[in-house]
Design a protein around this ligand. Structure first.
Ligand code: GCU
Length: 432
């Protein structure tokens, strides 16, 4: 058997083992606990709902098609990647380029000329004295009344500066990231994060690009794209939001209170897809957090479980580049799958999370992606996920440089999720 075939076989075996033999030894050394499986009634009800709507969406594990994942460690020309150096110099750029061309599109490179930062709000005694608040207007071109995004940042007052910081790409109503803290939401539990000694920042994705199909006339597309026909690999909206996250990082590099070498980019759902892409495009992010990101995020496209490529392109035609449509009902033709997007985070920290009731996002596909990215971490002499067995509910796996958990409940970003991300950061960023 050639080396390549043997690797593909082992990838397949990994998926098979995880699907079929999910168990895990309980923490107290007692009976092995079952790994997560989707609740059978929920599966049946979800499937019935799709059938009533006449949609080709699958929730049955046994109906997941056979698939072979592209090997992250084999170049397009068949050459095996056997060193971290070859990964860095050859394979990583190749995979990044494949994602730009086929999935997210190509964003303008680097920091825009003329961009300005204006700290328009400063409060040294925010959160009853626990934090210093800053709000920064990031004006992309520096032109008067030019398009800008607002960044809100809280830095704990009693922590040693500069502080490691979490940056949320907020894809929900901006009240979720209320700078006044009159409204407090678990989606962005700023007080809790500050209490753990971390900086916490956020921006609203709609400041960068509206979340609607506007023919790319508004937002940063309207600002930077040349008039005329859009290439099929032009950046779409997820890439625009990811680009926005990089502009926040540009600001962090100028702020002495933020440790720009320890910034985690965090996103939920469409924001989670964006965080993964931001981490791929911008290696300044030391940690990448994908919360319930599903299709086009952490979930493997080839599993066709829950939301599919065809479905997401139909519902959200502005999220991905036009080339992505070539893979509607044709996932096997993709030169990549989402485990390779995760691999682009290597050797940095990566958190992947799913929720029990969130079958639309394919929790098992999200887990298997993390499994599939692990060989790239191993190339760096690191442990990736450190297991191929899906854990039980609410039993986070934090053995290596990829963290995974599946929690009780539905689609959402909760305090429990944030706690796992902070635990992971504590472990790796020396707070423990
Ligand atoms: C829809 C969409 C998902 C997305 C989610 C969200 O459900 O189909 O792909 O992740 O919205 O962003 O909340």
């Amino acid at each position: 058997m050639s080396k390549m075939t043997s690797h593909i076989r082992s990838l397949l075996l990994v998926s098979f083992t995880a699907v079929c033999c999910g168990f895990c030894v309980s923490g107290d050394g007692g009976e092995p606990e079952e790994g997560w499986t989707a609740n059978a009634e929920r599966v049946a009800a979800s499937q019935a709902r799709e059938e009533a709507r006449n949609r080709k969406i699958n929730y049955r594990e046994e109906k997941v098609p056979d698939y072979v994942l592209p090997d992250p460690l084999v170049m397009l020309d068949g050459t095996k990647v056997d060193s971290a150096e070859r990964w860095r110099e050859k394979r990583r750029p190749e995979i990044l380029e494949l994602f730009r061309k086929n999935v997210y599109g190509r964003a303008p490179v680097g920091r825009p000329e003329g961009m300005t930062f204006e700290v328009f709000d400063f409060a040294a005694d925010a959160m009853d004295g626990a934090a210093t608040r800053k709000q920064v207007k990031i004006n992309f071109t520096g032109k008067e009344d030019g398009l800008a995004m607002n960044l809100v940042l809280f830095v704990p007052n009693d922590a040693r500066k500069p502080v490691p910081t979490f940056l949320l790409i907020c894809n929900r109503d901006p009240e979720n990231i209320d700078p006044t803290r009159k409204v407090k939401m678990p989606f962005w539990p700023a007080e809790e994060v500050v209490a753990r000694g971390y900086g916490i920042a956020a921006f609203y994705n709609g400041d960068v690009d509206p979340d609607k199909h506007d023919e790319f006339k508004n937002g940063v597309h309207g600002l930077f794209d040349r008039p005329g026909e859009r290439p099929a690999d032009a950046w779409a909206t997820l890439a625009a939001w990811a680009w926005g996250a990089s502009r926040a990082m540009d600001y962090f590099e100028t702020d002495d209170s933020v440790d720009e070498k320890h910034v985690a980019v965090v996103g939920h759902s469409r924001g989670g897809k964006t965080a993964l892409w931001a981490g791929a495009e911008d290696e300044r992010f030391a940690m990448v957090v994908s919360n319930d990101s599903g299709c086009g995020g952490a979930a493997l496209s080839r599993r066709c479980y829950g939301e599919t490529v065809a479905q997401i392109n139909r519902s959200f035609p502005h999220w991905f580049c036009d080339n992505f449509e070539k893979f509607n009902d044709n996932e096997g033709a993709l030169p990549v799958d989402q485990h390779m997007l995760m691999a682009l985070a290597a050797p940095r920290l990566l958190c992947v999370a799913s929720a029990d009731e969130d079958l639309w996002a394919d929790p098992r596909g999200e887990f298997l992606s993390a499994v599939g990215a692990s060989p790239v971490y191993e190339l760096f002499g690191l442990v990736g996920l450190g297991t191929t067995e899906m854990p039980p509910l609410d039993r986070p796996v934090q053995k290596g440089n990829i963290s995974y958990h599946i929690r009780t409940g539905g689609h959402g970003l909760t305090e429990y999720d944030w706690e796992q991300y902070m635990n992971f950061a504590d472990e790796h960023w020396g707070k423990k």
